[in-house]
Write a protein that binds this ligand. Sequence first.
Ligand SMILES: C[S@@+](CC[C@H](N)C(=O)[O-])C[C@H]1O[C@@H](n2cnc3c(N)ncnc32)[C@H](O)[C@@H]1O
Length: 200
Amino acid sequence: MAFTYFFRDFQTINLAVSHLIPTIQGRREIKIWDAGCAHGPEPYTLAIMLSENMGTFAFKNVRIDASDIDTSNLFRDTIEKGVYPLVELKRIPQPIFEKYFKKNGKEDYYIIDYSIRNRVKYYRHDLLTLKPIGYDYSFILCKNVLLHFQAEERIKVLKMFHQSLTPGGLLAMEHTQDLPKEVNHLFTRIANGAQIYKRR
Ligand SMILES: C[S@@+](CC[C@H](N)C(=O)[O-])C[C@H]1O[C@@H](n2cnc3c(N)ncnc32)[C@H](O)[C@@H]1O
């Protein structure tokens, strides 16, 4: 299982959400791509934070395309079911946990609320094909994935992200992932203390 957890790097996601919301207000379709989503804690964290900050009505226009190279059906099954063991949910703030998770059966497993599950769709996808899963994304979240690639591959993947973002769309990566100089002209950094960029 890939290393990931709910509310991982809350600071970056929270900051990205605060920059994103003013740019998507009033839109009827808001497309987001979580690239390298593992078995779901990250896209579900993002969905919960958007739900909390956008309001129920506007949140219904959000679609998070969550993709990973995972060749088993494990990530797909987990994300589609939205069921996680309690041990994986310990870092979720208590009021959020109580609001969005319900016990699922007798064991210590919990299911995410349908309003959140319904906004996340899983796709099996290899970023190194350099073919995006879609276009017109308002936000691409790609954390702790590019570090596994060669420098040249990283540049090509970032160019692909640039192509699949809508003009002015946002890209967020982990704080240790600097933008290579070869793609500097494609993005403008918009936040201090986080790797959050706007498509030029
Ligand atoms: C450390 S996890 C990061 C999960 C989550 N983004 C986070 O930051 O918590 C890295 C993920 O990248 C995925 N990955 C690795 N190579 C990939 C590729 N070529 N295309 C798509 N996903 C890939 C792995 O399967 C794994 O789930």
